[in-house]
Structures are given as C-alpha cells and as structure tokens.
Design a protein around this ligand. Sequence first.
Ligand code: TMP
Length: 228
Amino acid sequence: MKVETREKLYEGKAKIVYATNQPGVIIQYFKDDKGVVNNRMSATLFERLERAGVPTHYLGTLSDREMLCRKLEIIKIETIVRNLVAGSLAKRTGLEEGTPIKEPIVELYYKSDPLGDPMLNDDHVRMLKLAVPAELAWIRRTALRINGVLRPHLLRRGLLLVDFKLEFGRSGKKLYLGDEISPDTCRLWDRTTREKLDKDRFRRDLGGVEEAYQEVYRRLVAAASGTA
Ligand code: TMP
C-alpha cells in the first residue's frame, strides 16, 4: 500500500509531523535550508544503529525531506550524552570547552517549552511520572550504547562527537529511539582542527553554517559506501 500524507499532527521549528493512511506510521518532514542534511544524516545514523540492535522509529526515507517513522508516544525527557565538555556543561562547571570526560555523562532534561527544558534527576522523573524506573534504566543504558556505536562511526569519518540529544518514545510495550540525529542535535567537531561543524555555528553567530552542514553531509552521507 502506497503511503499517503494525512493531517498535520505537530509543527515545530525544524520539523512537521504528519499522520498517514497507515495506522501507527507517521511522516517527519524536515523544514528549512538544513532539512535535507538533517533528514539524510538521521536516516544514515538510524540505519547504523538498527544494524547494531538499537530499536529506532526509522522505517524508511520517502524523499529528501520526508522520513517514514513508527508513531511513538514521546517520553517528555531529553537525554543528553557528553564525551567532551561544551555548552551548558562548560557554563555549569567552569571547565574549559573541549575538556575530555573519562566516562561519558548522561543528563536528563524535562521536555517542556514553557519551563525552558530544566534539568532533572531520576527522582524528579519518578515524581513527574515521565517514565517508570525500568524505562529510565533502559533509556540510560541505550543512550550509552548509542554513544558507543556513533562515536567511533563518526570518528572514522573525521568527526568528534562532543555531545548529543536523544528522545525516546513508546509503541506498544516497546521503547524506541525517536526524533532525529543531526547537526541540529549533536555537537560535531572536526577531528583534527576541532572546527565546529554543527548548529553552534548558528547559535554563536560564527558564520559558515551552510558550509558546515554540507561538510557533515559529504563525510557521512555522500561518501557512505553502505557499510560501517
Ligand atoms: P547544551 O550544552 O546546550 O546543554 O547542549 C547539549 C547537546 O544537546 C548539544 O549537542 C545540543 C543538544 N541540544 C538539543 O538538541 N536541543 C536542546 O534543546 C538542547 C538544550 C540541547
């Protein structure tokens, strides 16, 4: 059965989610000038993760900007994994950006625009009933597993995975990785020069945003041979 777009379910800054004619299946439409890179990179990394046994919502690529996904009940937690100090961790600790972290750090944030995504600990997650303890344990374990797959994969392509944000959701009794993995949701530095090749170029007004996203695309998608 051919997938057909139905009503709009959600619209954010960078993506629109549409229902389809197939139950339990949605389309993520990647908007704006970076949408093509974000869609293609996410697809490549979701495929890599699926091969490593990580369940993701990814079902297929429909076009440059459209990803077919399993519909999830999104858990309102943003999970961040960090390999090097940067961004809000540098601010919070006073450590210099680029300081290596021996054991990767997992942080949890409340996915709430009105509250500005505040940081949570496991007790807060329980109090707010965002996830049951077994789900949270799975999220932490899976976030580190994802880091274990993506970090070397990206390094082989000349990219340091500094930190990244993940979102998970439920479908039936199972949990899946959702959302996207792109230069909008990861910090990626050139392995040698440490040049920033991610959304920080925009956040910090460094210029060369388009070029940075194209470079990531070139290294991860265009040059991909289909194997890890
Ligand atoms: P932070 O240093 O600002 O806390 O960001 C850590 C990582 O998470 C960085 O790769 C950017 C990503 N991120 C998002 O994708 N969305 C968000 O809302 C935030 C706060 C961070």
